[in-house]
Write a protein that binds this ligand. Structure first.
Ligand SMILES: Nc1ncnc2c1ncn2[C@@H]1O[C@H](COP(=O)(O)OP(=O)(O)OP(=O)(O)O)[C@@H](O)[C@H]1O
Ligand SMILES: [Zn+2]
Length: 627
């Protein structure tokens, strides 16, 4: 049997403990206010009889709970309830006193009311206050702060219909591609009938993919602002922290409100926090996430596209998302929001410098050149720091040196991973990347390259090779693999040609090439070891295990595998060098442009690559392989 996992955060545990404690105290106090026994209960008529017989020594009338406590002549206590209408008791009391009993009237009603407040109402009030505090705290713990529970609970329509004042696309700079795609969604919200008339299946949502600080949230808000749509924002992280079942309920609630407020945009920041592949989590705490994710999927299926509701989500890890989220009819569009290139950075700096007094010699493009890889958020930070610096030194305008110092501060900041590349680094990367492009193009794969960049390393940079390696081909010939190897090794080859040595930038290429070459030896029988596979498993599994673990492989074989692998990789690098020597002018021209502009798009890139040609492919054994 599976018990629901209780993934309580400490706050919730503290709250629950306090609540339980209070409840116990409350119950105990409630018990204390119950009447003490005061002996046995007698029927009213018996008391009347006792009164008439003069057996009562003392009678105490308790006004507040309509009881009469009786002490008889023998000292025994008993009590009776009396009706509330007064007539009877007056009669009884006068009879009692007439027969010599001491009559006490204890009208404690005011005292009793006070006791009631202290013992009953106060605990309830404290409980309520605690609960409110807890809710408040759980809202504040939302990552990002701005996308809180309260945002779509209370102030759901910060940008309601006709509500101007939110950001618009004018407030976003240097994100041209993303803006164009969002513009389309915006039109969909504003003119749904156009799409309906053409029978177009409207998209339900889009995923904004990009590193932190590149303006994904800003873009989502701007889309809502442009479309005059209500904006509901939540962060995926807040669902993970909440109690079991609450996340799903929140999602349901959120979508209900958004539907009611249509046209509306629901924005889910950090989608990966809730949308990670189901069953893939480590440890516990996943039931809550899975429930929330399932609810999200249900909601996304549940609304009609084109009815004025669009779901935008942001993530920087699209690869770990549950595939169900990316299926058609859900987040079937991905909009890449990368760190801006030189042009983009210039535009963003212009945007933020525009409303601040600047020295005339502050030129945005010069500053942008000094901070490759900076995100929009970091650039905004640079401008802000510069303003602070110049204010501190009593200037009236922001100077170039303020901006320079601000860049250093932002780079040196505690949590940024940004690193300003030196000219030397830029040149190395430029040559390296240009070489990949040239060799790929020489082997006829250049049309796969849409864009070459020396910023955003790791995302766009690797793409030149990744593209060629992961094309949709199920069957690859040996010559295909050798071409891939050659393109992969082109970066290292070019560095060796240009600088006489390689840099750490070749690490990933080497890794890729070695893996591929080893598969050629051990899985595809493409080496002098002959047509054998070594190890039971497919290439990837095999490579994951250490070779020694595969008992059947003798030490001699291992050495031969290594030697063959190295030979294949070295041959690939040599082929790359031959091709690069023939086209070195092109490599240098592309590298120069890359240093200058950081990014080269399709047209100028293809213009550069038009004349390149390949040296003949020669395999390891010396036999010619057709290019
Ligand atoms: N392209 C841009 N143009 C103008 N300002 C930008 C741009 N990109 C980022 N900014 C500034 O950076 C701030 C932070 O950006 P935002 O929060 O939208 O980034 P994000 O991609 O959503 O980051 P995260 O993934 O951390 O939530 C924005 O409020 C804005 O001031
Ligand atoms: Zn490379």
């Amino acid at each position: 049997m599976r018990l629901p996992k209780l993934s309580f955060e400490p706050l919730a545990i503290a709250f629950a403990t306090l609540a339980a404690l209070l409840l116990v105290v409350f119950l105990v106090m409630l018990g204390a206010t119950q009447p003490r026994s005061n002996g046995v209960e007698l029927p009213y008529s018996s008391v009347q009889r006792m009164a008439a017989a003069g057996q009562v020594r003392r009678a105490t009338q308790l006004d507040y709970d309509h009881r009469l406590l009786i002490t008889d002549r023998a000292g025994r206590e008993s009590w009776t309830s009396y009706p509330a209408n007064g007539a009877l008791e007056d009669q009884l009391l006068s009879q009692l006193s007439a027969k010599g009993a001491a009559v006490v009237i204890d009208s404690q009603s005011s005292k009793q009311a006070r006791r009631l407040i202290v013992q009953v109402l106060l605990p309830i009030l404290i409980l309520a206050a605690l609960f409110a505090l807890f809710m408040r705290l759980s809202q504040q713990s939302d990552a990002g702060g701005m996308g809180g529970f309260s945002r779509w609970r209370g102030r759901r329509s910060a940008l309601g219909p006709g509500n101007v004042g939110g950001p618009s696309f004018d407030d976003v700079a240097g994100a041209g591609g993303a803006v164009a795609e969002l513009q389309e969604l915006c039109d969909l919200l504003r003119f749904p009938e156009r799409y309906a008339a053409l029978g177009a299946r409207a998209p339900k949502g889009a995923l904004l993919v990009g590193p932190p600080g590149t303006g994904k949230t800003l873009l989502a808000r701007a889309t809502a602002g442009e479309a005059h749509a209500a904006f509901f924002s939540v962060s995926g992280a807040e669902f993970v922290e909440s109690l079991v079942g609450i996340g799903a309920a929140r999602i349901r609630d959120l979508f209900a409100q958004a539907r009611a407020a249509a046209p509306a945009i629901v924005f889910i920041d950090e989608l990966d926090a809730v949308g990670r592949k189901r069953g893939a989590g480590v440890g516990q705490g996943n039931d809550e996430r899975e429930q929330t994710l399932n609810q999200l999927l249900v909601e996304m299926d549940g609304f009609d596209a084109g009815r004025g509701l669009i779901v935008l989500a942001a993530t920087n890890r699209p690869d770990i998302l549950d595939p169900a989220l990316l299926r058609p009819g859900r987040f079937d569009r991905q909009i890449t929001v990368d760190a801006p290139d030189l042009e983009g950075r210039t535009a963003i700096l212009d945007l933020y410098l525009a409303d601040r007094p600047c020295d005339p010699d502050v030129v945005a493009v010069d500053i942008a050149r000094r901070c490759p890889g900076f995100t929009g958020a970091e650039l905004e930070n640079v401008v802000n720091e510069a303003a602070l610096l110049s204010a501190r030194s009593g200037q009236r305008m922001i100077g170039v040196h303020d901006l320079d110092e601000a860049i250093q501060r932002v780079v040196g900041g505690p949590r940024t991973e940004t690193h300003v590349l030196s000219d030397e680094e830029l040149e190395t990367i430029a040559i390296h990347e240009a070489a990949h492009a040239v060799v790929a193009s020489a082997y006829g794969d250049g049309d796969q390259l849409h864009n070459l960049s020396i910023v955003a390393r790791g995302r766009r940079l690797g793409r030149a090779t990744a593209l060629l390696l992961h094309r949709d081909r199920a069957v690859l010939r040996r010559s295909d693999l050798e071409r891939q190897l050659t393109v992969t090794m082109a970066g290292a080859a070019a560095e060796r040609l240009a600088f006489g040595e390689v840099s750490t930038a070749v690490n990933e290429d080497l890794h890729t090439a070695t893996q591929l070459a080893r598969s050629m030896v051990t899985s595809f029988g493409m080496s002098s070891l002959g047509p054998v596979t070594i190890g039971e498993h497919s290439a990837e599994v095999f490579l994951g295990a250490s070779l020694q673990e595969l008992g059947s492989v003798g030490p001699g074989t291992l050495e031969r595998i290594d030697a063959e692998t190295r030979a294949i990789v070295e041959a690939a690098e040599e082929r790359a060098m031959a091709t690069l020597r023939m086209n070195w002018v092109v490599v240098e021209a592309i590298a120069r442009d890359l240093v200058e502009y950081e990014t080269l798009d399709g047209v100028p890139l293809l213009a550069h690559l038009a004349g390149v040609h390949a040296a003949p492919l020669r395999d390891v054994d010396g036999g010619n392989v057709a290019p």
